[in-house]
Design a protein around this ligand. Structure first.
Ligand SMILES: C[S@@+](CC[C@H](N)C(=O)[O-])C[C@H]1O[C@@H](n2cnc3c(N)ncnc32)[C@H](O)[C@@H]1O
Length: 345
């Protein structure tokens, strides 16, 4: 990063100081733990450079990196910045403070802020509306990184198909295994969603965190290279949908997932193609792959192959747990659908 730090440090710190002055008091129950000022300068300049001329959405931003990025440009500390900045946060105080400060920046850079809780579906007006996203989510020490994935998915949904970017700020301490596992799982989910890691700046920021003053976060830049893996508005909120599908062919193949699972559009296409091919080996590979993706979260997956009019029915057992369920051909379910069903929230 050294070569890019070509700006007046005093002016930069004074600009960030204006933003810090504007921030509401951090509430730990909202996972607000503020970044230290020098690191805000580093991160804001980096965001401005990587997201130059882009429309950017911040999903959560108590730190004020969004405003810092805009203010550095407005104060002529740097001459690059996003074209527009939108903040989505569930804390009304943060939303209001960003709106207030943003009004002053408006002639130079467009800043807007909206109340939004990541637990809710992304409102349609934000869907695919931005070139890039930035998140500094709850780091997931107590939820196995699920909060990071949830924020990542919302950021991803808010960005456009082609070559969109995402910056993820999460815990990074090689001596704390949970941080490395969350980092790994975030990258794994990002790969599934069609991203590659474009840049990783390790252990870059520190925080006003009394109980872990040495805990650092990294800044990980993701770039979307495969838009077909995007969650569409039909599939991205399917987390609580139960999913079952059958092939109408002879033999009809049936898979019942014991728990709701998210299938993305590409998987649905794949399921249909494999069903149409009637190739049992591909089918069982597909089931095995689906199963391995969700095996941490569920107890069993059941799959029955019914060889239709043939006299000898085959049962296919999934041995995820020690007592796999078996079902004979006669018992095999008859309902038929090639799409996720049972949509309930
Ligand atoms: C989770 S904190 C992470 C720590 C970061 N250093 C900070 O204090 O801003 C980032 C932001 O996410 C917001 N946030 C937390 N949970 C959220 C949720 N479920 N939906 C939307 N925003 C949320 C917080 O209000 C905060 O502004």
């Amino acid at each position: 990063m050294g070569a890019s730090m070509d700006f007046d440090l005093r002016k930069a710190i004074n600009a960030i100081s204006d933003v810090v002055q504007n921030r509401p008091i951090p509430l730990r129950e909202f996972d607000q733990i503020y970044m230290k000022v020098a690191d805000m300068v580093i991160q804001a300049e980096y965001v401005a450079r990587v997201f130059n001329n882009k429309d950017v959405v911040f999903v959560g931003d108590g730190d004020g990196i969004a405003l810092s990025t805009a203010h550095l440009k407005a104060q002529n500390v740097i001459n690059y910045a996003p074209n527009s900045i939108t903040l989505l946060d569930f804390d009304e105080r943060i939303v209001n403070s960003v709106r207030r400060f943003g009004e002053k920046l408006h002639p130079k850079i467009e800043v807007s802020a909206y109340l939004y809780n990541v637990a809710e579906a992304l409102p349609p007006e934000h869907f695919g509306a931005y070139d890039a996203f930035h998140i500094n989510p709850p780091w997931g020490a107590s939820n196995g990184g699920e909060s990071v994935i949830a924020f990542f998915e919302r950021g991803s949904q808010a960005t456009k198909e082609e070559k969109s970017l995402g910056i993820v700020v999460i815990a990074d301490d090689p001596d704390l295994q949970w941080t490395q596992e969350v980092l790994r799982d975030t990258q794994r989910r990002a790969l599934e969603l069609g991203y590659v890691v474009s840049e990783l700046l390790p252990q870059l920021h520190s925080y006003h965190l009394d109980d872990a003053p040495d805990l650092r976060s990294c800044s990980c830049l993701f770039r979307r290279i495969d838009p077909s893996r995007m969650q569409t508005d039909e599939t991205c909120d399917a987390k609580s949908y139960s999913v079952s599908f059958t092939a109408e062919l002879r033999p009809p193949y049936y898979v019942q997932l014991a728990q709701p699972v998210l299938l993305d559009a590409r998987e649905l296409v794949e399921i249909k193609a494999i069903s149409d091919s009637g190739d049992i080996e591909s089918w069982s590979n597909l089931v095995r792959r689906l199963r391995s993706r969700i095996v941490d979260r569920i107890d069993w997956v059941q799959c029955t192959l019914d060889l239709g009019e043939m006299s000898m029915p085959l049962d296919w057992e999934d041995r995820v747990n020690s007592s796999p369920l078996q079902q004979s051909a006669q018992n095999s379910p008859t309902g038929s659908s090639s799409k996720p069903d049972g949509a309930s929230h």
